[in-house]
Design a protein around this ligand. Sequence first.
Ligand SMILES: Nc1ncnc2c1ncn2[C@@H]1O[C@H](COP(=O)(O)OP(=O)(O)OP(=O)(O)O)[C@@H](O)[C@H]1O
Ligand SMILES: [Mg+2]
Length: 248
Amino acid sequence: MVDLAVSGLSRSFWHREAEIPAVKEANLRCRAGDFVGIVGKSGCGKTTLLKLIAGLEKPDAGELKLSGPAGESPRLGVMFQDPRLLPWLTVEQNLRLAFPAKRRPQDTADLHRNLDLVGLGAWKDAFPRSLSGGMAQRAALARTLCRKPHLLLLDEPFSALDAFTRKQLREELGEIWKSLGMTVILVTHDIEEAVYLSDQVIHMRNGAIHAAIPIGLPRPRDCREPAFQERCRALEQLPWGAGRVSAS
Ligand SMILES: Nc1ncnc2c1ncn2[C@@H]1O[C@H](COP(=O)(O)OP(=O)(O)OP(=O)(O)O)[C@@H](O)[C@H]1O
Ligand SMILES: [Mg+2]
């Protein structure tokens, strides 16, 4: 588990000589073991914020502090919308790439445990072409778990899936989070998904963190409960703004 503190984090890009402030003075506190959802209109800066946290983008300003469990440097796992499996390798071979080059005796056992965790134990010898979209996402999640992340960063991991598979995977993700005790940050366009999984949901608008809504409902959550629907409405009613897709 990892404790995360982000203060005044900013990152701009330039497009046709115009500055695009993708993330503007973001402040975020995420305690070890928290599940945090991030929602907001397309182009509001969600992926950029996630990349800054992952160290895949450098901030122009601000500070980011990650503290891992005592004595360990924090390990991060990142998963994007596209499962990014190598088509010429089997599921097991794809997962092996997540481990350090020097093999350790427990790697194979960890790999098989993670495949079982996502329900793909019987598919280790399959090639990605014979997996459905949901199965490929599960394999990508298992690959990320092989890094034993303290902090798992997920960018719309289920957005390409049908509503039924998506619901199933979000329940599985909730179970995995509970059993492995990681800190998770999930970017999603699906408010129900965010409310179902998160301790707090961050709402971004035009690059800024605009609101942080604590969910505070017992788990497992029932989407039909009035309190659940009330949290969804609270998020829907926030000012979502125009996003930035049309910037020219
Ligand atoms: N590498 C880049 N170069 C130039 N502009 C970028 C780059 N990455 C992001 N941007 C711009 O920064 C803004 C925020 O992009 P970002 O990808 O963070 O949005 P998002 O909230 O993740 O959107 P979506 O929901 O569509 O994925 C957008 O206006 C985008 O065009
Ligand atoms: Mg994005």
